[in-house]
Design a protein around this ligand. Structure first.
Ligand code: ATP
Length: 608
């Protein structure tokens, strides 16, 4: 069969991500599946379904190849042993691992990564196997400076302190499921990883999300209480100590000793993640979530100086969705826009990871979104050994167009067979081939092939130019964001200083006013005291005058009494002589008698 090559050929050995396809059991069993597979084969073929025969005729059959296909009957344990376990085995040896899920909304990404109410996901299974494999070789935290050993500006704390710091928030914000009610299935108790017998191990968990192209810590105590606009975004940058690896700097990392502690931390992070009901999924993830299991290995000889650290990043990507189907509006629509943009750039990266030009791989534009930067950066570091796997989830009876779109850019190879009647006629239509990365196609028109090849080359050139521009734009935006953040910080510091100055000035004014008031009050009191003293003096003088007056009066009274007594005596004598002379003068009839009667009227006489 004639299988001309496009100018872009896939080099199956060079790709950064292994890509697995997982088909989920369909909820809609009435429609015929548009994806067909042969058990055990790493391909699926897509035959257009629907009632329009002309559409069926023109589209042909597309075949997509993957590292492996898990059909609808495959269980969580199958996916775990074939995809997650090999990555975990590398992590304990000191090589980073990346496991991500990609698919349309509702296709089973979260189910694969985090499980459901009845089954555990890759994250829980990885933790289970890890703790059982480590057994009693866990490092003693009291003899190991966990925080000092971290080169990522991480805030390292143990699970108990984490739970303590979170308990108040968790009680108010999170409906906690009891650990006993967490699913135990599938059972992986028979699986253990071979670990170095002479080393000790520590397990740290960190979680973050990419929401609207910014990175946020999911274990931060502010993640539930602060509004999104106030949360601080984290930077993805080189870590300390000359390591070329890039890390999310400043993450909270929780040192966990067992499965129960790890699940509590996981539960908290999950609760903080952006998720809301949409028309297509009752609990749709609105951000890309990264669950990081970091394993530190401390050899018995050399201790910390020879410590090796590697992380398994398990990524639950938000699903692409069409606003038409999800009926998203407002904030949800803006989120969907951001999700779709980041997934589009992921699609480009995945598509280009298998593409070569003139025998050389083409540049993968991974810096154009935060998501692709996080997923791809460390795979490009020379000598770094990040192993990466992508699980594409799909419903074979679900949204045909959206699913095929994802399969086109994520598949490691694609093969299109045009239906006989349309061969040749449609060959010059570039749109039929525009999604092809490793497409091999079948038709006999060499002129048309040449045209297509030219078109593809031009398309590729303009695509690269566009990507370059986009990258520049992105960098400029980042610089702008950083400058804005710095400006905000500066203004915040200035405002704080200003507020402090104002507060000090106000306090000074208050103190002065207090002093003035105290002086005024003292003065008033002095005046009152003076007035009171004066009043007392006046009263004293008045008393003295009164006393003198009374004394005068008493003296006068004494004199008057003496006079009265004298007058009485005279009267008596006079009375005696009068009676002797024949009673001619009546009592009081003389001068003295008149004075006496007056005194009697004054009631003075009777007293004396
Ligand atoms: N392989 C599977 N087996 C059983 N149930 C599944 C499977 N895949 C998905 N489901 C169920 O389908 C529903 C939707 O799946 P899930 O939430 O994982 O979708 P998603 O791809 O993460 O969606 P979104 O992008 O909107 O977050 C869930 O109830 C989940 O339990």
């Amino acid at each position: 069969m004639d299988r001309p090559k496009t100018p872009h050929t896939a080099d199956a050995t060079a790709h950064l991500f292994d890509v697995f396809l997982r088909l989920r059991p369909s909820t809609n069993s009435t429609d015929a599946p548009f994806l067909q597979y042969k058990p055990g084969q790493p391909q699926v073929s897509c035959t257009p379904t629907g009632t329009d025969p002309s559409r069926k005729r023109s589209r042909g059959i597309e075949k997509f190849s993957f590292t492996q296909v898990f059909d609808e009957r495959c269980k969580q344990r199958d996916v775990f042993t074939d995809v997650a376990l090999p990555l975990l085995a590398e992590v304990v040896k000191g090589h980073d691992g990346m496991l991500a899920t990609l698919g349309v909304t509702g296709s089973g990404k979260t189910h694969t990564i985090l499980g459901s109410q009845s089954e555990r996901g890759m994250t829980q299974l990885a933790l289970d196997v890890l703790f059982r494999s480590i057994g009693d070789r866990l490092v003693d935290p009291n003899r190991f400076d966990m925080a000092g050993s971290d080169t990522t500006e991480g805030i390292v704390m143990d699970a108990l302190s984490f739970q303590e710091s979170m308990s108040a928030i968790m009680d108010t914000h999170i409906k906690r499921a009891s650990l006993a009610s967490m699913p135990k299935r599938p059972d992986v108790s028979d699986i253990v990883i071979d670990l170095d017998q002479r080393s000790r191990y520590a397990v740290l968990i960190s979680m973050y999300e990419v929401y609207n192209d910014r990175i946020f810590d999911l274990l931060d105590d502010k993640s539930l209480t602060q509004p999104q606009t106030r949360r601080k975004a984290l930077m993805f940058r080189k870590c300390e100590g000359g390591d070329p690896k890039k890390v999310v700097a400043g993450l909270r990392k929780v040192y966990v000793r067992n499965m129960a502690e790890a699940l509590t931390v996981l539960e908290h992070g999950q609760a903080c993640r952006h998720a809301s009901p949409t028309n297509l999924n009752s609990q749709s993830s609105r951000s890309h979530a990264f669950f990081c299991i970091e394993v530190k290995r401390i050899p018995s000889r050399g201790g910390l100086a020879h410590m090796r650290s590697a992380t398994l990043h398990i990524v639950d990507l938000a699903g692409s969705e069409r606003a038409k189907h999800s009926h998203a509006a407002g904030e949800r629509l803006a989120e969907a826009g951001s999700i779709n943009r980041s997934l589009m750039s992921l699609g480009q990266c995945l598509q280009l990871q298998t593409t070569t030009e003139n025998g050389r791989p083409v540049a993968v534009p991974y810096r154009q979104s935060k998501l692709t930067e996080l997923l791809f950066t460390n795979s490009f570091i020379p000598g770094a050994s990040q192993k990466a796997s992508m699980i594409v989830t799909a419903d074979p009876r679900g949204d045909t167009n959206a699913t095929i779109q994802i399969l086109r850019y994520s598949a490691l190879a694609r093969d299109v067979t045009l239906p006989p009647r349309t061969r040749g006629r449609n060959a010059s239509s570039a749109s039929d081939y525009s999604m092809t990365s490793d497409a091999s196609y079948h038709h006999g028109d060499s002129h048309a092939q040449e045209m297509i090849a030219n078109l593809m080359a031009r398309l590729e050139e303009s695509e690269l130019a566009r990507q370059e521009l986009e990258e520049k734009l992105k960098e400029a935006q980042e610089r702008l964001e950083q400058q804005e953040q710095e400006l905000r910080d500066e203004i915040a510091v200035e405002m704080e200083d200003m507020m402090e100055e104002m507060e000090q000035a106000y306090m000074q004014q208050l103190q002065e006013a207090e002093k003035r008031y105290a002086a005024h009050t003292d003065k008033k009191l002095d005046l009152l005291r003076g007035a009171l003293q004066k009043t007392e003096l006046v009263n004293d003088e008045e008393h003295e005058e009164k006393d003198a007056y009374v004394e005068d009066l008493e003296r006068e009274n004494e004199q008057l009494l003496a006079e009265i007594r004298k007058l009485r005596r005279e009267n008596q004598q006079l009375g005696g002589s009068m009676s002797v002379r024949g009673n001619r003068v009546k009592r009081g009839a003389g001068k003295n008698g008149i004075v006496l009667s007056e005194l009697e009227n004054l009631n003075l006489v009777e007293h004396y």
